[in-house]
Design a protein around this ligand. Sequence first.
Ligand SMILES: [Zn+2]
Length: 68
Amino acid sequence: MMNLDIPDPFITTKTKQYGLAKGYQYDYFGQEWIIICAACGIDLYSPTKYDMLKTHLYHTRNECLGGW
Ligand SMILES: [Zn+2]
C-alpha cells in the first residue's frame, strides 16, 4: 500500500526530457496523481500516471505554455 514512491522510469525519463514538473505525487485520499507544474506552479490532477503525463503536456502546450 505504501510502495508508490518508487519512481516510474517512463515518467521520470519523460519528466526530465521535457523539464516539465517538479514532481509527481499520489494523493491517497483523492486517489489521484498530482502534478505540480514547474512553469506556473499550479496543481494538476489525473486518475492515472499515463493520463497524468498527457494532462501535463496538454496543460503546458495549451494553458500555461510551459512558461514561454
Ligand atoms: Zn503550468
